[in-house]
Design a protein around this ligand. Structure first.
Ligand SMILES: *Cc1c(COP(=O)(O)O)cnc(C)c1O
Length: 376
């Protein structure tokens, strides 16, 4: 059996090595390392794929979220509503800008922000909502967008885990996650569904004015070279990463299909087990399976995690501490929140290896080890 990994980027690379190596060499020969045609072409291709008018590349997904909040003019004292059950980056950038994160619950089935919980958290200071399409499942964007419209709020989608995910509205319109809110943000961290060979990120919007602001803030607040209109930052996607990502973008749909196939295999193996809840897939929301995450019922989760590790099965707890319980947010009253469902999930989730290169032999082994522990 090939060795098990949470993500197998190495085997994935072997399959596109020729193309990738040639593209990287070409960038080296051109010595256009920052900006230039390669970056612009990738941004145009990705905007088209995402169904967005503009794609503005940047250095990583965390920067994308920060620049989005800056471009929307969020200021110290403003409030943004965020799920606590997420990766820290979603919330950290608010803290950095002295914007108050207001933590709310997630939907127990989708792990994404719960619209009812979010609506209750709206105050006169609320300026924006940040839904996270966690594990690759789309948040309930139709309800979120209508709440936002009613209360005049911005929506920044954290699409770091769900690039390529189709969301279907009740009128039949299909849009990619990350193209629905005022700004969508994504990450090209190597393990993400569209992963670079280093860091990278991007922002999406259909609004020309916002696009210009995002671009300006990501480039030292410049409107033109050496004329700095606003305080910005330095956040760029480099040309080698763009060259690699442009090749991988052509394979993204096939990568997503491979992840779904692996998820189907796990689903079948675990569906009948009373101790295991398999990932929910809502009819109109396709899941792109950045993670394959189970909820355990009456099973010693940490015991299972340790057992799997001992048996050579990689596994992860995403995330062991919810954002509102992180020390980082003490100053924002994080510990005063009561989010029982978030706590409940935090204690019961476990993620298994999922990526584009899993084969049946590997999955059979993983499944057998999980069931060995759960059924004993
Ligand atoms: C990965 C990730 C980010 C941050 O992306 P980086 O490129 O690592 O900065 C933000 N939010 C979520 C949900 C993520 O998974």
């Amino acid at each position: 059996m090939r060795p098990l990994q949470m993500v197998d980027t190495k085997t994935q690379y072997q399959k596109i090595k020729k193309e990738v190596d040639a593209a990287v060499l070409e960038v080296m020969e051109s010595s256009m390392f920052i900006g230039g045609n390669v970056v612009n072409t990738f941004a145009e291709n990705l905007a088209r794929y995402n169904g967005s008018k503009h794609c503005i590349p940047c250095a990583n997904g965390t920067d994308a979220l920060q620049i989005a909040m800056m471009a929307l003019g969020l200021e110290p004292g403003d409030e943004v509503i965020v799920p606590s059950f997420t990766y820290i980056a979603t919330v950290e950038v608010a803290g950095l800008l002295r914007i108050k994160p207001v933590f709310v619950e997630v939907d127990k089935r989708t792990f994404c922000i719960d619209p009812a919980s979010l609506e209750k958290a709206i105050t006169p200071k609320t300026r924006a909502i940040v839904p996270v399409h966690l594990y690759g499942h789309a948040a309930d964007m139709e309800t979120i967008m209508s709440i936002a419209a009613r209360h005049n709020l911005y929506v920044i989608e954290d699409n770091a885990q769900a690039i390529g995910c189709d969301y279907t509205f009740s009128n039949g319109t299909v849009k990619k996650t990350g193209s629905i809110g005022h700004i969508g943000c994504t990450s090209f961290y190597p393990s993400k569904n569209l992963g670079a060979f280093g860091d990278g990120g991007a922002m999406f919007t259909d609004n020309d004015e916002l696009a210009a602001k995002l671009r300006m803030i990501a480039s030292h607040g410049q409107s033109k070279r050496y004329y700095h209109d606003v305080v910005g930052c330095n956040s760029r996607l480099d040309a080698m990463q763009a060259a690699i990502l442009d090749i991988k973008l052509k394979h993204l749909d096939e990568y997503i299909a491979a992840r779904r196939k692996a998820a189907d295999f796990y689903d079948k193996a675990f569906a009948e087990n009373k101790s295991i809840t398999i990932p929910f897939r809502e009819g109109n929301n396709k899941h792109v399976f950045h993670q394959y995450t189970l909820i355990l019922n009456g099973v010693d989760r940490d015991g299972l995690s340790q057992y799997l590790t001992e048996q050579g099965v990689p596994n992860m707890i995403y995330y062991p501490v919810p954002a509102h319980r992180q020390k980082m947010f003490d100053a924002f009253g994080g510990s005063s929140y009561d989010l029982p469902l978030t706590d409940w999930l935090t204690e019961r989730v476990i993620s298994l290896p999922i990526h584009t290169e899993l084969d049946e032999e590997q999955q059979n082994f993983i499944v057998s080890k999980v069931l060995e522990f759960v059924n004993r």
